[in-house]
Design a protein around this ligand. Structure first.
Ligand code: 5RP
Length: 221
């Protein structure tokens, strides 16, 4: 099963390489799909100026592959951000943060001119949040307060066990949210004191979606 899903992920990764052009800086997401993507990126590393990484995990793999890692504060522009998602709909709105790197991912994707999302076909959903909870990164001292505010939105919060983010924070996985208006919920959760970021990518949705399927890659603009 995993081997088969990896094959679909790989199709999307290979297709994403076609969007790399000489002289650009590329933003890099986090997760198992991105691990495969970095392996493809290393084949064309001579073309790019460097990469900006969304997590310690991806930074480690970039360095291992001798791809230059740049600091977001040292660059004046970012042309392309490439990442996967936990769930994505046909409007290219996503739930992200299964790997806990949502804050870095949101910052870099917001900074980037363009966001390409690469997924296998199992990640496509009609309605967000039916199967996957919405991850929320929070400052540790605010955890009880944030949970109480999330309950007011009919969310069921579950603190992710034994997990600390790259920034020393905690993750709350929120089930049962009504995501008929996901932008409203994204803004609402973002405005709770103590929330660092929310894994709803609605305001910053993807621009291009590449889906690895049994029939090959499907592209949605
Ligand atoms: C990490 C993420 C990932 O993009 C998401 O969890 C998908 O990961 P994978 O490629 O392993 O399925 O948001 O924070």
């Amino acid at each position: 099963m995993n081997k088969y899903v990896n094959k679909l992920k790989k199709y999307a990764c290979i297709e994403a390489i076609n969007y790399i052009y000489p002289g650009i800086t590329v933003g890099i997401g986090t997760g198992s799909t991105i691990k495969l993507f970095i392996e493809e990126l290393k084949q064309v590393k001579h073309l790019i100026k460097g990469a900006v990484s969304s997590s310690k995990e991806s930074t480690k793999q970039l360095i291992k592959n001798k791809i230059k890692v740049m600091d977001l504060n040292d660059i004046s522009g970012l042309q392309l951000y490439i990442d996967s998602a936990d769930e994505i709909n046909k409007n290219k709105q996503m739930i992200k943060g299964g790997g806990g790197a949502l804050t870095g991912e949101k910052i870099i994707s917001s900074f980037s001119d363009s966001f390409i999302c690469i997924v296998d076909e199992n990640k496509i959903v009609k309605d967000l949040g039916k199967f996957f909870p919405v991850p929320v990164e929070v400052i540790p001292m605010s955890i009880n307060y944030v949970c109480s505010q999330i309950k007011k939105l009919s969310g069921i919060p579950k603190i992710r066990k034994s997990f600390i983010t790259d920034y020393g924070n905690l993750i709350i996985d929120v089930f049962n949210l009504n995501l008929e208006n996901p932008l409203y919920i994204e803004n609402k959760i973002n405005s709770i004191s103590g929330v660092v970021s929310v894994g709803l990518f609605i305001k910053r949705k993807a621009d291009i979606l590449l889906v690895g399927t049994k029939q090959g890659v499907k592209t949605y603009f």
